[in-house]
Design a protein around this ligand. Structure first.
Ligand code: GLA
Length: 382
């Protein structure tokens, strides 16, 4: 946890609203493998990380809520019985969304004040939005003694994103951010919503993220389009979601759908299998096999599901050619953000220098690298 951030948020809340407050840490997430499989009710393999949102909250003593976003240097006032959606893409919509979804369920919340700040790079595909949503629902649940389960909370966060932000996301980000565990990833079955907690010890390798610094924030439509294609093909196959389809059923449909749609659906079926295989590899200590699956996942995401971009393809190709990287792929919704790389522990510095120089030379802009720790999900800080 970033103690400086906790200190800053606490101080700021104290100076605006008084020292009594709840402090919440709500992390971002990485995903080892399994992109776009979540809304197809398949498997995903994410983990919460040591970058996130720190949020301070308490009841307000007026009828208004005052919300202060330190990183944006913006303050908003809300009245709980007069909520209207803000400008498209604005952070306030995450807050309004969560509050409205709680209210829609008939739960009463009292006016509150809130200060938040985070260290998740925006647009990097590390789910700053899920972290923010979860911090609010978690804090409001505590403040108002709503007794919501974590599962109810993540559904509220997801609905806020669907209905107030406009992204028809799956459940992976909210789930990983809420339920994450230290040093572990979650092998989530998005049909049953059950997860296996898997200790991640990838022997002599480190997870290194490389941010292309291509912000993926303007691609909501492309994300929602992918989801529509998957649902259309699932419908034609007469299954609830592509998780329940297989390649031979899909092949029978090939002549009736476009080649693009066929490849997209095939990607989902194959990616789902890759997550299962990746879990087995880790279970058996086959780290090289796990790494190979990451490279394959990238190929599918780029060539079949078409969610990559030249920068991400370049970064993954660079990693593939690097002798000390055993696996790499684009991570998250796509069209920008980070790649995830498995790099030999004693070569991480060399790798970072080499990829940073090469990227700069190729695109005349910098990439950014991070090492992350797998961490506990949304929780109160004492
Ligand atoms: C975004 C969404 C998730 C998931 C990923 C792709 O992060 O919020 O639900 O679909 O993209 O795997």
């Amino acid at each position: 946890m970033n103690q400086d951030l906790v200190y800053k948020v606490k101080q700021e809340f104290g100076s605006q609203f008084g020292s009594q407050c709840l402090l919440i840490n709500s992390p971002g997430r990485i995903n080892l493998i399994g992109e776009h499989t979540d809304y197809n009710l398949g498997f995903v393999f994410p983990a919460a990380i040591d970058k996130g949102i720190i949020c301070a909250m308490n009841h307000s003593n007026s009828s208004k809520c005052t919300i202060s976003a330190l990183d944006m240097n913006e303050v908003f006032e809300l009245e709980l019985d007069r909520l209207t959606i803000g400008q498209h893409g604005h952070w306030i919509n995450y807050i309004i969304g969560v509050v409205s979804e709680i209210q829609k369920k008939g739960w009463q919340i009292k006016p509150f004040n809130m200060v938040f700040s985070g260290d998740i790079p925006k647009g990097a595909g590390l789910s700053s939005s899920a972290a923010l949503e979860n911090s609010i629902v978690f804090g409001l649940n505590e403040l108002n003694s709503l007794r919501l389960s974590k599962m109810e909370m993540i559904h509220i966060s997801q609905k806020a994103e669907h209905n107030y932000v406009g992204v028809k996301c799956g459940i992976m980000d909210q789930y990983a951010s809420m339920f994450g565990e230290e040093d572990s990833a979650l092998m989530i079955d998005c049909a049953s919503l059950k997860a296996k907690i898997v200790k991640i010890a990838i022997q002599d390798y480190d997870i290194v993220l490389v941010n292309s610094n291509v912000s993926h924030s303007l691609v909501d439509a492309a994300y929602n389009d992918r989801r529509k294609v998957c649902e259309k093909v699932a419908n034609l196959l007469n299954v609830e979601a592509l998780r329940f389809a297989n390649a031979s059923n899909l092949l029978k449909l090939k002549s009736k759908i476009s080649e693009e749609d066929y490849q997209k659906a095939l990607y989902i079926i194959e990616e789902n299998q890759r997550v299962i295989d990746a879990y087995k590899c880790l279970d058996q200590g086959d780290i090289l096999g796990f790494g190979t699956l990451l490279f394959e996942a990238h190929k599918g995401a780029s060539e079949q599901f078409c969610i990559s971009c030249p920068e991400l393809d370049y970064l993954v190709a660079f990693s593939k050619a690097h002798p000390y990287v055993i696996g790499a792929r684009m991570m998250g919704g796509g069209f920008g953000g980070c790649t995830i790389n498995l790099v030999a522990k004693d070569r991480v510095t060399d790798f970072i220098i080499a990829i940073s120089e090469a990227y700069h030379l190729e695109f005349n802009k910098p990439c950014t690298t991070y090492k992350v720790q797998l961490s506990q999900g949304t929780h109160l800080i004492n």
